[in-house]
Design a protein around this ligand. Structure first.
Ligand code: ADP
Ligand code: 5GP
Length: 185
């Protein structure tokens, strides 16, 4: 049976890095490409990293019920496209949604069977260092994301699975084990 895996956690914790490792290891697992109104970062491609939409396009999809969930994060809008999720569910063994906390809560309400995984940093200092080290956000954005991180970290007990991303290899092993066990169930 195809399964939905929700992976959430503060910005900079390593979700994208872990998911890349996970997709390499688990055949048939796919990542749903989200929609956002945020500007593309250098190197990001439309349709690959995100579907980059205008506010008006995003609004139209909200009105038409085109999103499984959507939320505003750090001044931009993000959402999981229903069409994208359904298309990938039909094709693969499982689909990963990499989304923030409000979206994860909406999916928990509408799809309680989805497997919910929270990625936590080894420490707040490590999170700041990763966010700064990634070099994709200016100082104000880093502070905004760290403020959001406090709220997100306080919610980790809501999640069935919490993986601490300390050593990348170890965290990837843990994530893989959770996904394989759900796919085998
Ligand atoms: P997210 O997708 O959660 O915003 P990223 O995957 O972009 O986070 O990772 C943020 C930064 O942290 C990247 O520069 C990445 O290389 C680094 N990183 C990820 N996992 C680890 C880890 N276990 N130890 C050290 N650095 C890491
Ligand atoms: P970024 O701007 O760093 O790519 O993403 C910012 C935050 O938005 C991250 O926490 C990421 O997980 C989240 N995000 C990405 N796509 C979606 C989505 O489709 N829905 C929701 N709710 N959050 C998303």
């Amino acid at each position: 049976m195809a399964r939905v895996f929700v992976i959430t956690g503060p910005s900079g914790v390593g979700k994208g890095t872990l998911i890349r490792g996970l997709l390499d290891r688990v055949p048939g697992l796919q990542l749903a490409v989200s929609a956002t109104t945020r500007q593309p970062r250098p190197g990001e491609e439309d349709g690959v990293d995100y579907h980059f939409l205008s506010d008006a396009e995003f609004d139209r999809l909200v009105r038409e019920g085109g999103f499984v969930e959507h939320a505003t994060y750090s001044g931009n809008r993000y959402g999981t496209l229903r069409s994208e999720l359904e298309r990938r569910l039909a094709r693969g063994a499982g689909v990963v949604l990499e989304i923030e906390l409000q979206g994860a809560r909406q999916v928990r309400a509408s799809m309680p069977e989805a497997v919910q995984i929270f990625i936590a940093p080894p420490s707040p200092e490590a999170l700041r260092a990763r966010l700064v080290g990634r070099g994709t956000d200016d100082a104000a954005q880093v502070e905004d994301r760290l403020k959001a991180a406090e709220r997100e970290l306080a919610a980790q007990d809501e999640f069935a699975h919490v993986v601490v991303n300390d050593r990348l290899e170890h965290a990837t092993d843990e994530l893989e084990a959770i996904v394989r066990s759900a796919l085998a169930a």
